[in-house]
Design a binder for this molecule. Structure first.
Ligand SMILES: C[S@@+](CC[C@H](N)C(=O)[O-])C[C@H]1O[C@@H](n2cnc3c(N)ncnc32)[C@H](O)[C@@H]1O
Length: 253
């Protein structure tokens, strides 16, 4: 499939180019998420640290990040655990940067969800933050991930409703929950919608603090985008939660 025709492909190429160069954006990420992973979403350090207890302490651990961007989040997990890190993303720029940045015990691939393949029983943990919705067939993709996981492997997902996919009733009614059930994967889900609303406020405040730096770098359009993405803070939480929801899923093979 031609990548250029996929949703947001060109936008992500521009995003990862900016994320590499922009000191303002790197500071924005540190201030809002507690760590710069070049986030285009909501994975703050608290959410990423929730992965750590699921990473086995034995030798030779393999973690895959679906939609890994420039690999910074995987780099953090490797530093904490010594794991071999694997990541794929359709963004050529992001993967080039990831390969340049992480050269030890790592495998970064340019790949499209639904097309890329890994051998069965490869990974102890598969992580995917704010990316599962780009799959054209969630059911099939979850089935594929299940095959990639080792027998005691874990799938850890940050999943948001209200933007790319509509809000459903609760954590048991999302497209992801249905796909997990269809594939016979047991899961627990944690509702972190309130924390996400608070995070939006932090994102907005951090963007405003660094506005002049975005401007001086010639990146004011990214500041404008951050303001647009955080407009929800103008509304009370009870409005926000009617339209938006965020969950952390932990599913077992
Ligand atoms: C919302 S961002 C999340 C990035 C990162 N995981 C985070 O939490 O900040 C979605 C990521 O998925 C990648 N992506 C989008 N559609 C994709 C597709 N069809 N195949 C592979 N990667 C895709 C984008 O390049 C981007 O890195």
């Amino acid at each position: 499939m031609e990548k250029e025709k996929l949703l947001f492909y060109n936008e992500y190429e521009e995003f990862y180019e900016m994320a590499e160069k922009s000191i303002a954006f790197q500071k924005f990420c540190c201030d809002s998420f507690g760590q710069d992973f070049s986030q285009d979403g909501f994975s703050d350090i608290e959410q990423i640290d929730m992965i750590l207890p699921y990473i086995p302490t034995k030798e030779d651990i393999h973690i895959l990040d679906v939609g890994c961007g420039n690999g910074k989040m995987l780099g953090y997990l490797q530093k904490k655990t010594g794991a071999f890190i694997h990541g794929f993303d359709y963004s050529q720029k992001a993967i080039t940067n990831a390969r340049g940045r992480f050269t030890q015990k790592s495998d970064f691939r340019e790949g499209i969800i639904g097309e890329i393949e890994y051998p069965d029983n490869s990974f102890d943990i598969v992580v995917s933050m704010d990316t599962m919705y780009f799959s054209k067939d969630m059911n099939a993709f979850v089935g594929q991930i299940k095959r990639w996981l080792k027998p005691d492997g874990i799938l850890f997902v940050g999943y948001q409703e209200g933007e790319l996919v509509p809000r459903t009733f609760d954590e048991n009614t999302t497209e992801l929950a249905k796909a997990l059930k269809n594939n016979g994967m047991n899961f627990e889900a944690r509702n972190i919608t309130k924390q996400t609303y608070e995070l939006l406020k932090k994102k907005r405040d951090a963007a405003i603090i660094h506005k002049a730096e975005f401007e001086n770098e010639g990146h004011i359009q990214w500041f404008d985008m951050l303001m647009m993405q955080t407009e929800w803070v103008e509304e009370p939480y009870r409005q926000f939660e009617k339209v938006m929801a965020r969950y952390i899923y932990v599913a077992r093979k």
